[in-house]
Design a protein around this ligand. Structure first.
Ligand SMILES: Cc1cc2nc3c(=O)[nH]c(=O)nc-3n(C[C@H](O)[C@H](O)[C@H](O)COP(=O)(O)OP(=O)(O)OC[C@H]3O[C@@H](n4cnc5c(N)ncnc54)[C@H](O)[C@@H]3O)c2cc1C
Length: 425
């Protein structure tokens, strides 16, 4: 597993220039590694996933890009509001109150602009970025990897590297070759979304917040301000409901779900769709294998969690930072076999399950009931908000408070079941 005296063209190739890939490339280049990024699209390109979390600020800092992001005119986000189907009750998660969160303000980003900033930053840090270059095949041997790719003009070419990072998002080019994406049976949802104008925003400090409306069928809507005029609107709907309720086109399906969520209607009176509607299925999942000899996956290629708490970009970028450390140490030690990535893989799986518990909870009526009722103790609520702010390594105290929250959810679940049984008699 060493270079054996052979010269690679680059130490590392990163497949995909999204947030996961560009973070890995930046962190590797800043460690002095030679890196090439192969990205099949030309940036800027559309991507869904606009709402960011406060904990992503720490990653921006580690990559040296926080000042550029902060100066790019993205909408400031301080929290998330949730509104239930029955009446005006609102639960506000104010990141200012989140425990252990050094920078509570984050951003709502137009992903085409955000992803391009991150990719150009990787380039500035020394990574070679080849857009409109699509990976076609990867041939592994004991001394390195030969990548075959289709270039801009459609012509084929190769590059020889020591390690490959699969950052190809939900395509998962290597993950699907060596394993598969295992779908989460408790998070079988679809999303349909578009951009709108003419939707009133909240005022003051809360003007940039994400607003969510939950539905009795356990689906929900998001409203994410992207600029003074444009708001991203999406519906996340359980697959079983969508099978019944879907309309012939994404536009009609989205219009149907919006019209069918009465609590959101006041926002939609003058709403005008200004982009095509898009449909996303195939989530959530964890890859059966996240690494192998000379390859490792990052971001959505490795795992994708339901977007309910906007964790995707943060998880991808944190993974990018950590994978760079694992590759750099592996190359230094002359071992980039699967062993070199064991700790990284444990971290990715651990973080997925940490947030999954909340995502699954959100589709549980007992969790929602507690979420919308008065918090039993303010500190418990603030601990939950801390995790929703992206806290993936809570202190022991925060963990205990979160456990108390889930214990109360469990009691509520039993009470709801008993109530249903009593009514059925
Ligand atoms: C409906 C929905 C809503 C979401 N909302 C949010 C949100 O509010 N906040 C949030 O943080 N996250 C959200 N996400 C998740 C977020 O979009 C992803 O987690 C994030 O983009 C992952 O980054 P990545 O770099 O792993 O993958 P991507 O951003 O998908 O980047 C992968 C890149 O790989 C390239 N690629 C693919 N195949 C090849 C190939 N063969 N050769 C070369 N390049 C290739 C692609 O062109 C792409 O640019 C949402 C996701 C969905 C589906």
């Amino acid at each position: 597993m060493s270079n054996s005296g052979e010269r690679w063209d680059y130490d590392v190739a990163v497949i995909g220039g999204g947030p996961g890939g560009s973070s890995a490339a930046t962190a590797l280049a800043r460690r002095g590694r030679s890196v090439v990024v192969l990205e099949r699209e030309r940036f800027p390109r559309f991507h869904i996933g606009e709402s960011q979390l406060p904990w992503t600020n720490e990653i921006f800092r580690a990559l040296g890009v926080r000042d550029t992001i902060a100066a790019s005119g993205f909408i400031e986000k301080w929290g998330a509001s949730f509104r239930g189907p029955d009446g005006p009750d609102e639960r506000y998660a104010d990141f200012q109150n989140a425990r252990e969160t050094p920078t509570p303000q984050t951003f709502q980003v137009l992903r085409e602009k955000f992803d391009e900033i991150l990719l150009r930053h990787a380039e500035k840090c020394g990574a070679r970025v080849l857009e409109e270059h699509r990976l076609v095949d990867a041939v592994f041997d004991s001394d390195g990897v030969t990548l075959h790719f289709a270039g801009r003009d459609g012509g084929a070419d190769t590059v020889r590297v020591g390690v490959v990072v699969d950052a190809s998002g939900r395509a998962g080019v290597l993950v699907k070759r060596f394993g598969r994406h295992e779908h989460d049976p408790l998070l079988l949802n679809i999303a349909v979304h578009a951009q709108y104008e003419g939707i009133p925003r909240a005022s003051g400090r809360r003007a940039g917040d994400i607003r969510m409306f939950t539905r009795p069928d356990m689906g929900w809507l998001w409203f994410i301000p992207l600029s003074d005029a444009v708001i991203s609107v999406g519906a996340v709907i359980p697959q079983v409901v969508h099978r019944r309720e879907s309309r012939p086109t994404p536009e009609e399906s989205l219009a149907h779900y919006l019209a069918d969520t009465p609590a959101a209607l006041p926002l939609l009176e003058r709403a005008r769709r200004v982009s095509p509607a898009r449909f996303d299925a195939d989530y959530s999942y964890l890859a059966t294998r996240i690494a192998g000899d000379r390859w490792v996956a990052v971001g959505d290629a490795a795992a994708f969690l339901d977007p309910v708490f906007s964790t995707g970009v943060m998880l991808a970028m944190q993974g990018g930072l950590e994978v760079a450390e694992a590759i750099d140490s592996g190359l230094r030690a002359g071992d980039v076999s699967v062993r070199a990535f064991a700790r990284y893989e444990r971290a990715v799986r651990g973080r997925y399950h940490h947030f999954r518990r909340f995502a699954v909870g959100f589709y549980d009526p007992a969790f929602r009931k507690l979420w919308y009722s008065r918090p039993p103790l303010r500190s418990i609520f603030d601990a939950v908000v801390s995790v929703l702010a992206g806290n993936w390594r809570p202190s022991a105290t925060t963990r205990v408070l979160v456990e108390v929250f889930f214990a109360v959810v469990a009691v509520k679940r039993v009470l709801l079941r008993l109530g249903r049984l009593r009514r059925a008699r």
